[in-house]
Ligand binder design. Structure first.
Ligand code: G4P
Length: 513
């Protein structure tokens, strides 16, 4: 019998190239979810070949989709843990999507390249985690290669991220002198074996070279002791050293997630925090992906379970709809395949196939009595007008823009005056994705033109105040996909100016759904 506390729902955050894909693969291997190294990437590539927009991923060598992988591990002491690994897109342009994915995890692994230390994207993702007090375990990767001194890395993490660091292991040499990784918990060294010098399971006590022994002694004296509470508050990070490629430190990392990482956390809602122990099912949609399979035009809403035990066929009410839907073929993401879920617990992610009823930010619940908060839309930083090459395709364009805004790829604004729709994004790459997906999936050829606007703000206020504002500013008003009023601004100065003149209105840079 598994209980909610046997769930660990986490993400890996890193800068591109630090080794996230390799580590993911090794975690899945250890969990018995896949049997051959290389499968994650191979499957990734097969998937990428499917549609044009995914070529962008290939060309730029980045991952723009995020997925969910579930694996289970039974430890020697009998603990049976289910791990839900949510993959976060690694490109800075996708901060919105990444942000939303990080709202659905309880903890994160931060992967750092031993030779490069903290890189820009690591830092950005870390900031998102900090904002939400997501606890972090650090994995310093690639110690089989020449890297920076261990102290340098530890101090950089401590200084750059203002965190207490606690080394949990220590590399015995690096690069040419690499002899293994000492695990402080057991005092044993994982040793390289065979021609590939991989870790194949040999752990032994070993005479540590004096200069490294001295370093280790200093290290153990110089940093605080591990403190579970401080880690769970996001104030302290345990640091593991290893090599994803050669399999060092991976088992220790899984054990650390099982042992220290928090089980499903309570989530904030309009009814206060909702505990994972609550009996009835609640959850929220943090991601919608359309056209995962071009043959089927399916659309999957990824729901993070907050409470209750979900059973197949159960009726849940989406907050955006108001009437219940029966969830007959939910999907669990066991790494090898999508599997039909029969039951799911708090902390689990289920994929719900649908035809556009479910949207990012929706709450789903049995009793329709709660709304989760904290999944914002961000004010776009780039606004473009969409022009059709073939004007008879207006209907298809509207459908495509609605779909893609629902997925969170873009935001769409329908101006009060004029026929040209405006799309907003937070990063340039989203525009490239938009154009190629319009062509590949909707057969719509479009171009993006400069728009006179620079940013947008959601408007809130009484009907009278909104109307008074609209009378004077019609050419700057639009509706978003939900029909909510948006002020299209020519500059941030414009926002400030209007805000001052209209104190009874709120000009908001985010919109919580
Ligand atoms: P990412 O998902 O974070 O972008 O990184 P990925 O796992 O794709 O790893 C980036 C490169 O670093 C890959 O090499 C990978 O083999 C290598 N790598 C990952 N972990 C380790 C490690 O522990 N030690 C060493 N020495 N290398 C590691 P590549 O040549 O770019 O790709 P590939 O052709 O080998 O797949």
């Amino acid at each position: 019998m598994t209980t909610p506390s046997s769930r660990r729902t986490f993400a890996i955050i890193s800068h591109p190239d630090a080794g996230k894909t390799t580590l993911t693969e090794k975690l899945l291997l250890q969990g018995g979810a896949i049997h051959l190294a290389g499968e994650v990437k191979a499957r990734g590539q097969a998937r990428r070949a499917r549609s044009d927009w995914m070529k962008i991923e290939q060309q730029r060598g980045i991952s723009v989709t995020s997925s969910v992988m579930t694996f289970r591990k039974v430890f020697d002491d009998g603990r049976d843990i289910t791990f839900n690994l949510l993959d976060t897109p690694g490109h800075e342009d996708f901060s919105e999507d990444t942000y939303r994915t990080l709202t659905a995890v309880d903890s994160a692994i931060m992967v750092i390249d031993a030779a490069k230390g903290i890189e820009p994207q690591t830092r950005k993702l870390f900031e998102v985690c900090r904002m939400r007090s997501v606890p972090i375990i650090t994995f310093v990767n690639k110690v089989d290669r020449e890297g920076r001194a261990v102290f340098e890395t530890l101090d950089e993490v401590a200084d750059a991220l203002a965190l207490d660091v606690v080394p949990m292991s220590w590399p015995v040499g690096m690069g040419g002198t690499f002899q293994g990784v000492l695990d402080f918990a057991t005092g044993l060294v994982s040793r390289p074996e065979g021609d590939s010098r991989e870790f194949l399971g040999k752990r032994e006590a070993m005479e540590i070279p004096p200069e490294i022994a001295e370093e280790i002694e200093l290290g153990q004296a110089g940093y605080p002791e591990f403190d579970l509470e401080a880690y769970r508050h996001g104030d302290l990070t345990p640091v593991y050293f290893g090599s994803a490629l050669k399999n060092f430190g991976v088992a220790e990392l899984i054990d650390a997630i099982a042992r220290f990482a928090p089980p499903p956390r309570p989530q904030s809602s309009d009814q206060g925090t909702i505990s994972p122990e609550r009996a009835d099912v609640t959850g929220f949609v943090f991601k919608v992906q359309a056209n995962m399979d071009p043959q089927h035009r399916d659309r999957i809403a990824f729901m993070r379970m907050v409470s209750g035990t979900f059973k197949r066929g159960m009726k849940l009410t989406p907050s955006g709809l108001g009437k219940p839907i029966a969830v007959h073929s939910p999907i669990l993401f066991f790494a090898q395949d999508r599997e039909i879920a029969d039951t799911a617990e708090a902390g689990d992610i289920i994929g719900i196939p649908n035809h556009g009823t479910l949207r990012v930010g929706d709450t789903l619940s049995e009793k329709n009595d709660v709304r989760f908060t904290g999944l914002p839309n961000f004010a776009p930083e780039i606004l473009r007008r969409v022009a059709l090459k073939d004007p008879t395709k207006t209907k298809q364009l509207r459908k495509a823009l609605d779909d893609l805004s629902e997925e969170g790829v873009i935001q769409v604004f329908y101006p009060e005056i004029g026929a040209q729709w405006i799309v907003g994004v937070v990063g340039q790459l989203q525009l490239d994705v938009l154009i190629s997906r319009l062509e590949a999936e909707y057969k719509v050829e479009a171009v993006l033109e400069e728009s006179p606007f620079d940013t947008a703000r959601w408007l809130k206020g009484s009907d009278a105040a909104l109307k008074a504002f609209a009378d004077f500013n019609k050419s700057n008003l639009a509706k978003d996909r939900d029909g909510d009023p948006v002020f299209m601004a020519r500059s941030s100065w414009d926002v400030g100016y209007q805000q001052e003149r209209n104190p009874e209105l709120v000009f908001s840079a985010t919109k919580e759904r």
